[in-house]
Design a protein around this ligand. Structure first.
Ligand code: GDP
Ligand code: MG
Length: 426
């Protein structure tokens, strides 16, 4: 069984939480894109963890975790993430963590370049996490990257790095005179943080092909959501990789494999960290109330997230581009304080109502058309069966299911592993 867990919205839908829960049914969990701009929060019997680079299966005892070639890896960050988890008693060895030799290394100069550009943009900034993600992907695609596998060949590493840094300095130094990368310093950095990671680096394709051949269950974990996809999201307020399920097997290392199932993670309201068009946004008191109720602060950066009503056109679009077979609806419990729950059912663009999510300039003109649903005004966080839910909460789920046209299989009512309802359970 090959399953992808992907985000339907702007990210932070609770993917880490659902991977942690559903991971029990899988032998292998693979992160297939992104870098340490991710912040996947997991709360389980071992404690509370925020994972940036490691797949969320790392917390399970019998799961093998793979970081695919579609990822970009800040090796200093990864070393620290591993050390932090090991200190908390999590076992991490080359048996349960495999890093693709094809994954690109995110260098300190990528981070600097990212920060410099956000600062140059000022008010027009993209809302980057400032962790070097866009520059490292750009270098990968312009073929000026160093990959994890290069660490295994120290003899040729200096030469490769020198060539790249010469190019990079020529390119960047012109506009930023204090931007000059020192090859020796970078080589030292590679040695310090690369060496401890070397035992984990391998050809993950061989490993995954073999596992798929033995009918092992593999779960592909996405970062961010459909609306941040580089090709299908709200460009340029997107990330620099593909967040879609259709990229999962490619980014993971087994491009020829076919997914059996795509589970879309969708939040019961909207949140969006950083910049970008966000039609159903709440402002003022309405926004801060929901932000506090949902603790909506970025897991990777601590930034307050923008919040708003559940957005049907955006979610339907997310479901379509993800090819989701079923949905896990998260954070329903957060809405429990609301008397009436606003839902954005359509957009108005130049006085015309539309159900479609427009990409590009017309999104700028979209205004939300809101319908109010009845709230339930009681604590639902201990509900474990669909019969436990108050009628108004069931009606809200049904409404969202019908409007977004995808079956809601799971409803999450708390951050802890068991705080969910399987809507199929009888
Ligand atoms: P991810 O990036 O998609 O993995 O999501 P994040 O971890 O960035 O954000 C989701 C946040 O909501 C985390 O703090 C989770 O612990 C929390 N969370 C997940 N599901 C639920 C839920 O059903 N209810 C509540 N109250 N919190 C949840
Ligand atoms: Mg997150």
């Amino acid at each position: 069984m090959l399953t992808a867990i992907v985000g339907i919205n702007w990210g932070d839908e609770g993917k880490g939480r659902m991977v942690d829960l559903l991971g029990a049914q899988y032998d292998i969990i693979v992160r297939y894109q992104g870098g340490n701009n991710a912040g996947h929060t997991v709360v389980n019997e071992k404690g509370k963890f925020i994972l940036n680079l490691l797949p969320s299966g790392i917390l399970r005892d019998n799961t093998v975790n793979v970081m695919g070639p579609g990822m970009v890896i800040d090796i200093e960050h990864l070393c620290k993430e591993i050390t932090g988890l090991v200190k908390k008693g999590i076992r991490i060895t080359p048996d349960n963590l495999k890093i693709s030799h094809g994954a690109a290394i995110c260098f300190p100069y990528h981070v600097r370049q990212d920060i410099l550009e956000e600062e140059r943009l000022g008010d027009r900034k993209y809302g980057s996490t400032r962790r070097g993600i866009a520059p490292v992907y750009a270098d990968k695609y312009i073929k000026k990257g160093i990959r994890m596998g290069d660490l295994l060949f120290p003899d040729t590493l200096r030469e490769k790095l020198e060539g790249i840094i010469e190019w990079k300095n020529l390119l960047i130094h012109g506009g930023n005179h204090d931007f000059m990368i020192d090859t020796d310093k970078m080589l030292k950095w590679l040695q310090v943080y690369g060496e401890p990671l070397m035992p984990f680096v391998c050809d993950v394709s061989d490993y995954l092909d073999d596992a798929a051949g033995k009918n092992k269950n593999i779960l592909f974990e996405a970062q961010l959501g459909a609306l941040r996809d580089i090709d299908y999201g709200i460009y340029p307020y997107t990330t620099s990789s593909s967040t879609l399920a259709s990229y999962a097997t490619t980014g993971a290392g087994i491009p020829g494999a076919k997914l059996d199932k795509v589970i879309g993670i969708m939040k019961a309201y909207s949140s969006c960290v950083g910049e970008g068009l966000f039609v159903a946004e709440f402002f003022g008191e309405e926004g801060s109330r929901l932000r506090e109720a949902g603790s909506e602060y970025g897991a990777a950066t601590g930034r307050p997230r923008r919040v708003g009503a559940f957005d049907i056109p955006a979610s339907r679009y997310g479901i379509k581009v993800q090819g989701a077979d079923e949905i896990a609806l998260t954070k329903l419990d957060v809405l429990s304080y609301m008397e009436k729950i606003p839902v954005c059912v359509a957009y108005e663009i130049e006085e015309k109502r539309t159900d479609r999510f427009p990409i590009g300039e017309s999104l700028l003109k979209a205004k939300p058309i809101i319908e109010l649903m009845d709230g339930w005004k009681c604590d639902i966080s201990s509900c474990r069966k669909k019969e436990d839910l108050p009628e108004a909460a069931s009606a809200y789920i049904r409404f969202i299911e019908e409007m977004s046209r995808c079956r809601i299989r799971y409803v999450s009512v708390g951050a802890e592993r068991d705080a969910y309802i399987d809507m199929d359970a009888v």
